[in-house]
Design a protein around this ligand. Structure first.
Ligand SMILES: NC(=O)c1ccc[n+]([C@@H]2O[C@H](COP(=O)([O-])OP(=O)(O)OC[C@H]3O[C@@H](n4cnc5c(N)ncnc54)[C@H](OP(=O)(O)O)[C@@H]3O)[C@@H](O)[C@H]2O)c1
Length: 264
């Protein structure tokens, strides 16, 4: 804690869902440690959070580089910042057939979405368990619920996050520490620009239900505060996730492929 306020560490805080989760946490009485690569948007966010009564520390870090999670954990320790809430939100997608994908991009996605998320959780959980108190929020996706042709690595990385989150949530029962996995569906943010893929079917196709990052963050915060194991944001996304989870893959693969295929 810094003073009497619990301290939340948010990755991917420079835009989208992460920035809105930081706003939500500040509104609910937390101080913040914000991290992403771009410093300027995080400084602007820190100024905004000050008006909500929250003090913020901004740390620029590239989670696609090996060793970054460990270095961040050491940095927090050196600064004497004990984390009460860990929000593993940073993530990115990419589209197109896997065999044509840029290997560097694949590695970046795996590092940010999977490796850094796992390493940060491993580094920060023990002190929460020792203090018998803590909250962890992992940002997965409705992509977690079925394989995704044309976004194979992204969907697989989010399946990892959901599986990992549910498993450690169960391991930690009775410790005072909870782990919540948040699964948003299509959400307005910088995600599609960064993914450089045509997501028009997802965002504009029949039955598309796009949420604001503020609404996703509001729901994610509430689920985390309640210690919920998994939260799928939005009714339509709950239906889509259930159909992905329970449909035979012989059906879900062609349907997901049609939705995710670029060039619609
Ligand atoms: N938008 C959607 O439709 C959607 C749907 C389901 C799940 N999600 C998930 O929601 C999370 C947040 O995404 P978003 O929609 O808010 O997208 P976004 O606006 O693109 O935000 C992504 C955040 O991750 C950070 N990030 C990316 N690469 C990084 C790296 N190498 N090192 C450190 N930070 C990095 C970015 O910061 P810098 O660029 O400054 O480093 C940014 O703050 C992601 O995990 C995403 O997979 C999004």
């Amino acid at each position: 804690m810094t003073g009497n306020r619990p301290l939340a560490f948010v990755t991917g805080a420079s835009s989208g869902i992460g920035a809105d989760l930081a706003r939500e946490l500040a509104r609910h009485g937390h101080d913040l440690v914000l991290t992403a690569r771009r410093t300027e948007p995080m400084r602007a966010l820190a100024d905004e959070l000050k008006t909500l009564g929250a003090a913020s520390t901004v740390i620029s870090a590239d989670l696609s580089k090996p060793g970054t999670a460990e270095a961040l954990a050491r940095d927090l320790e050196t600064r004497g910042l004990a984390i009460d809430v860990l929000v593993n939100n940073a993530g990115l997608g990419a589209g197109g057939p896997f065999h044509e994908s840029d290997p560097a991009r694949v590695s970046e996605m795996l590092y940010v979405n999977v490796v850094a998320l796992t390493e940060l959780t491993r580094a920060l959980l023990p002190s929460m368990v020792k203090r018998k108190s803590g909250r962890v929020l992992l940002v997965a996706s409705t992509a977690s619920f079925q394989p995704g042709p044309s976004m194979a690595v992204y969907c697989a990385s989010k399946a990892f996050v959901l599986s990992f989150g549910e498993a450690i949530s169960y391991e930690l029962r009775g410790t005072g520490v909870t782990v919540t996995t948040l699964c948003p569906g299509p959400t307005h943010s910088e995600f599609t620009t960064v993914a450089k893929t045509d997501t028009s079917m997802l965002f504009e196709g029949p039955g598309a239900s796009v949420m604001t990052s503020a609404e996703v963050a509001r729901q994610g915060y509430r689920a985390m505060a309640a210690g919920k194991r998994v939260h799928i944001a939005g009714l339509m996304n709950k239906i889509i996730a259930a159909s992905g989870r329970f449909s035979p893959h012989a059906i879900s693969l062609p349907v997901t492929s049609a939705i995710l295929k670029p060039g619609k």
